[in-house]
Unconditional design. Structure first.
Length: 147
């Protein structure tokens, strides 16, 4: 995936990632890029905001999030439950500079763009956030409403 960092943490290291992409299980699953329902542009910035911060999708839709880092520092878009995202932040705090990747995230250097393809399989609310140190705590998060 464009913008992804090399390497991947695995479930046994306490980071909450799993070999099978089990992170964000309640949020859906990695989507098939050949079956994208629609694309949604997302911009991340150094004001610790996602634009848009609220996204509405239909259950069963496969969304291609076209993500751009408009800031001057590294940002990420990670899909998961708030509990998973907070655990990820804890792990990042213990291992600053850790390289990680997964199907539910895109990590971007300043000025770069990438994408994340996700299939929303259940109705409800799904969280997303930047898990770089201090970013979630500063409010860099958003929600996907799945109807």
């Amino acid at each position: 995936m464009p913008g992804m960092m090399p390497g991947m943490m695995h479930g046994k290291d306490g980071g909450g990632h799993a070999d099978d992409g089990g992170h964000a299980q309640g949020a859906g699953k990695p989507g098939d890029p050949q079956k994208v329902s629609r694309a949604i542009n997302v911009v991340m910035n150094d004001d610790m905001q996602f634009t848009p911060a609220q996204v509405n999708v239909k259950r069963g839709e496969t969304i291609q999030f076209m993500v751009r880092n408009a800031g001057q520092i590294k940002h990420e878009m990670v899909i998961g439950s708030m509990a998973e995202l907070k655990q990820h932040v804890k792990t990042m705090g213990k291992m600053p500079g850790m390289e990680h990747a997964g199907p539910n995230m895109v990590t971007l250097e300043p000025g770069k763009a990438g994408d994340l393809v996700w299939e929303f399989t259940k109705a409800g609310t799904v969280d997303f956030a930047c898990v770089q140190p201090g970013h979630l705590e500063a409010g860099m998060m958003g929600k996907v409403s799945v109807k």
